[in-house]
Design a protein around this ligand. Structure first.
Ligand code: SF4
Ligand code: SF4
Length: 387
């Protein structure tokens, strides 16, 4: 069949479309280069106008790109897992279970950590829960609580609610210091409770019993069912947390998240911290205003706080690129450029998962046939929590 000739209109548009595509590719390339080279020379000039806005947006874009990547990964894992469970319910094994879903089992991960300390071995039941826990702690040992600001989906939701709150109230609301300080200790108390219960109250035998229990073997499906059929009480709690996060931005992260508390402690050892170079600083205070953790960045030489998430909002808003940087202490004293920080965090996570796969510590030991059998008896008493 002879090809139909292009209409004169379409033919006339083709060079423009090609030109548009070429312009788009050139734009993406130059923007990628600009992102990569961001702060490479660490100029001491005070940025203004378009140059200031461009640098600010680029640093924010880098973090949001990483956040988006992890959010997409979490959604993909979630959809894949739901599809797999729906197959089991219908008596079929559809595809394979995504091991990353174990990341939603923090208690199982902590139990495995205790098991690892005692036996030197990784429990084969939901091993990815422990791998992800160790990777997240590993991230905090490099760049503060980077997991919270760069990869955690709850952190991303909290950030979106913070933006909405600022739009609604035209400023960032916060609690007075006398109330903020004691409330911040709540997350440490929650963490203390879990550590006490798992590492001191439970015997190694009981931890082993939990890890091999019917409940833990199908904890991923139990967790899915919990979120799919939230009780009225759980719904009220979630709605309450949403409203609270509008009135007190980052309320969950700042006051209640035990995971954040754990990372806050390990982040104290991180070599890379925000460093303010007083010689370049013009005392504008923009960094402190940008900080979601309400840290007085403009008055500190080095931000050591357990609340710092390494989000780089202060660096983005600083008009003097050389004044505020993510930096390791002497003798290293090397700044970590925003693009390198982004690549390093993604690479650390990716390499960790790859290493776990290669060493056989990623795939769950529970066979699909066992899930197929157990899924129809989940209401039985053997699937209740161990007491
Ligand atoms: S704005 Fe700066 S000091 Fe504040 S949490 Fe983010 S990186 Fe840390
Ligand atoms: S470090 Fe803070 S106070 Fe100093 S110039 Fe940068 S934004 Fe302004």
């Amino acid at each position: 069949m002879a090809a139909e000739p292009l209409s004169p209109d379409l033919a006339a548009e083709m060079p423009a479309t090609r030109g548009g595509l070429a312009a788009l590719v050139a734009r993406v390339r130059s923007e990628s280069a600009a992102l990569w080279n961001l702060d490479r020379d660490g100029s001491a000039a005070v940025l203004k106008g378009r140059a200031y806005r461009a640098r600010r947006q680029r640093i924010r874009l880098l973090r949001h790109a990483v956040q988006g990547l992890f959010l997409a990964l979490v959604l993909w894992i979630g959809f894949d897992f739901v599809r797999w469970v729906r197959g089991l319910e219908a008596g079929r094994i559809v595809g394979s279970r995504p091991p990353g879903v174990d990341g939603f089992l923090p208690i199982s991960g902590l139990m495995s950590l205790r098991h690892l300390f005692h036996t030197g071995e990784i429990s084969p039941v939901h091993p990815a829960a422990l791998v992800i826990l160790l990777l997240v702690i590993g991230m905090s040992l490099v760049v503060k609580k980077a997991f919270c600001a760069w990869t955690c989906p709850v952190g991303a939701i909290s950030e979106a609610l913070d933006a909405l709150s600022r739009r609604l109230f035209r400023r960032r609301l916060s609690l007075p210091r006398w109330l903020d300080l004691p409330l911040r200790s709540l997350k440490y108390l929650l963490l203390g409770f879990f550590v006490w219960a798992i590492f001191f109250r439970m015997t190694p035998a009981l931890v082993g019993e939990f890890l091999g229990s019917p409940y833990n073997r199908v904890a991923d499906i139990k967790m899915l069912y919990f979120f799919e059929s939230l009780s009225p009480f759980a719904l009220k709690v979630l709605a309450g947390l949403g409203v609270l996060s509008l009135l007190v931005p980052y309320a969950w992260c700042r006051y209640l998240c035990p995971y954040g508390a754990l990372l806050g402690i390990s982040s104290l050892l991180a070599p890379f911290k925000i460093v303010r170079h007083a010689s370049s600083c013009i005392d504008c205070g923009l960094c402190a205003r940008a900080c979601p953790a309400r840290l007085p960045v403009d008055r500190l030489a080095r931000v050591r706080s357990d609340e710092c998430s390494g989000c780089l909002s202060c660096v983005a808003d600083c008009p003097v690129p050389r004044a505020l940087r993510l930096e390791a202490p002497s003798p290293l004293r090397r700044p970590l450029r925003p693009a390198i920080a982004a690549v390093a965090l993604v690479a650390l996570f990716g390499l960790g998962v790859l290493a776990a796969r290669l060493t056989g510590n990623w795939q769950n030991d529970v066979p699909a046939a066992e899930y197929l059998h157990r899924i129809h008896e989940l209401d039985g008493p053997q699937y209740d929590h161990l007491r």
